[in-house]
Design a protein around this ligand. Sequence first.
Ligand code: ADP
Length: 255
Amino acid sequence: MRRNLNYGFLLGGMNMDEKKLINEKNIRLDGRKLGELRPIKIEAGVLNRADGSAYIEWGGNKVLAAVYGPIEAKPRHIQNPTKAIIDCRYNMAAFSVGERKRPGPGRRSIEISKVMSEALEYVVFTEKFPRAKIDVYIEVLQASAGTRCAGLTAASVALADAGIPMIDLLPACAVGKVEGQVVLDLDKEEDNFGEADIPLSVVPRTNEIVLLQMDGQLTIKEFEKCMEMGMNACKDIYELQKAALKERYAVFTEE
Ligand code: ADP
């Protein structure tokens, strides 16, 4: 969510015109280097009643993903006789942001749900479940920029936890431009006051891009740098996803 600098927004009691997001040593406000991710923790299988679930903490984001299904799609006229429908619902809790967010779906959450459904549909073997529906719920409990990437990362872990056959997991990460520099994984201030933000998601096994959005402006060279940085970061996030699933099933076999 980009906001105009000229509105005189304040950051930490200081005007943004005075406060730099990146210092002369290329260190960002939260101490990260330009190509560094915020700390990420993923846990699989956190909900007993869902068929699959995952919880992710990513910097200041806290997001739960839960999967129900596959179940018969109802009403019957929505059924696809050749494949399952992936119905992803992204929701931001009213208490997830500084100012109380108006509960319920809005244009933003409908858009995010749509791009997430399409990305997940690409990796799930939907043709194995004709006439079925797979519900994927993404609940953002705390938001601090990059929630769609955190949500998608958790959602694919939850689908794997539900035992749904997939080509691969789907790591996602945002990359963008802040004060003229290409940076990885924008935080809240960078998202608000930066020049560009590109959430992307990659199928690690094939390097196919299944989610790519862009807010802001970049030169072709900057865009290429963003893609390289973002795709490399997705590989690191992929390792965390696999580790979360391995840990879940190590516990499961001990039980
Ligand atoms: P993403 O969370 O995927 O980066 P946006 O770029 O649309 O999606 O949003 C960036 C951030 O702006 C969110 O993570 C959240 O912290 C904040 N935000 C989004 N919608 C609202 C809202 N309705 N009220 C307050 N803050 C919001």
